[in-house]
Design a protein around this ligand. Structure first.
Ligand SMILES: [Fe+2]
Ligand SMILES: [Fe+2]
Length: 390
């Protein structure tokens, strides 16, 4: 994307709110923001009804008088966009297979899909609901924080063009992400079980479910026609179960990767406080994915293998090995360590966009969408710590 388009989008971007809570741009001008005295606490929230702004209202921010560095703003803007995209697809999962309530409104549930998900764990609906709410708060907070520090919030509303599932329970609105043609990469399964390899050393890992790489598979019922036969619907629920962990392991790496290049201590605190919640999601979902029953989808041949039996099984596949195995870190001369992997910071944002794209999450999105996301990622990856701004 050209910088011209990028700057023209600045003025139109506002704090996005949940349906029914349309947030407004915070009216402080950029100029006045830059000249706030150090003694004045910057209050957000007058007229801004979104949750994030509400959280920040009347709370003096330690660094509020300081405008974000360009690099910190770029990192936060990229994370905001990533969180908006997470929110968009988690919302789709919640409408059909979660809990629809005042915390996460929208949709009315699909009982057959919800039951198929419950085969993985009877609490799946609650977990889907809570993960969805978490993502909503992530982007809402980051956008509110961006504006409080003189930055620009991110909105992706203009890219909301993809169709909804027509299955019973889904809202009929336009979406940012596509859960109906996924190619799910499940190599995180063996990556976190390896004791000798680390992606930051260039190592690669076999997938847990090879079949998910060999086509485009729905993770939600595309219509009520997908609710039968039972093994087809179970394969859809299993696909969702693995996709949940696939996404959240990405966030688990993204935050520590980008945190290494922030300048401001409070921005670092934001990243260090949100990132581990992605890891809490990942850990939960890895456990649930291990409960996905072996099944072959009679409509397309997609196989979910028994991961505890040959040719699977053992240290690399056993389903209850959900704690990260210690592995090599930084340099082979050090003892192995139980760590998040990867955490390489170079190119981390672009890597995240590529990963999500390769998984098919954006199938059908416009060239303008990819250009915008690529632009945000490039700017985030160009960020370098500016110690003088601390
Ligand atoms: Fe998130
Ligand atoms: Fe997440």
């Amino acid at each position: 994307m050209s910088s011209e388009t990028s700057s023209s989008s600045r003025s139109s971007e506002t704090l996005s709110g949940r349906e029914g809570h349309e947030a407004q741009p915070i009216s402080e001008t950029a100029a006045s923001r830059r000249h706030l005295s150090s003694r004045r606490s910057f209050l957000v929230g007058a007229g801004a009804g979104a949750l994030g702004a509400g959280l920040l209202a009347n709370v003096p921010l330690a660094s509020a008088h300081q405008r974000l560095t360009e690099g910190d703003e770029a990192i936060l803007r990229f994370l905001s966009a990533a969180e908006i995209l997470e929110t968009d697809f988690w919302q789709q999962y919640n409408e059909l297979g979660g809990v629809q309530d005042s915390e996460v409104p929208g949709g009315s549930g699909n009982s057959a899909y919800t039951a198929a998900l419950a085969v993985l764990d009877s609490d799946m609906a609650q977990y889907i609901h809570d993960n969805t709410e978490d993502e909503f708060t992530h982007f809402t907070f980051i956008n509110a924080y961006l504006e409080a520090r003189g930055g620009r919030a991110v909105s992706l509303e203009r890219f909301r063009k993809l169709p909804s599932s027509t299955a019973t329970g889904a809202q009929q609105i336009k979406r940012l992400t596509n859960l109906m043609e996924l190619t799910v990469h499940t190599s995180w399964w063996t990556r976190y079980r390896s004791r000798t390899k680390n992606p930051d050393f260039g190592d690669t890992f076999p997938p847990a479910v090879p079949g998910l790489l060999k086509g485009k598979f729905p993770a939600i019922p595309r219509s009520d026609a997908d609710l039968t036969p039972a093994d087809h619907l179970q394969a859809i629920a299993n696909t969702a179960g693995f996709h949940f962990a696939t996404i959240e392991q990405g966030g688990t790496s993204l935050y520590p990767s980008l945190a290494q290049r922030v300048s401001d201590r409070e921005v670092l605190r934001v990243l260090l406080s949100i990132g581990p919640t992605e890891t809490m999601h990942f850990q939960t979902w890895m456990d649930k994915a291990g409960n996905a029953p072996p099944v072959t989808d009679p409509t397309n041949g997609l196989v979910f293998p028994d991961l505890n039996s040959p040719p699977f099984g053992g240290e690399d596949f056993q389903t209850n090995l959900i704690m990260p195995e210690p592995t090599i870190f930084l340099d082979r001369k050090f003892p192995v360590c139980s760590i998040i992997r990867p955490t390489e910071t170079e190119g981390a944002a672009m890597g995240a966009v590529k990963f999500l794209t390769d998984d098919g999450l954006f199938r059908g999105q416009s060239p303008a969408f990819f250009a915008f996301m690529t632009d945000l990622a490039r700017e985030a990856d160009a960020a370098r710590p500016e110690r003088s701004h601390q």
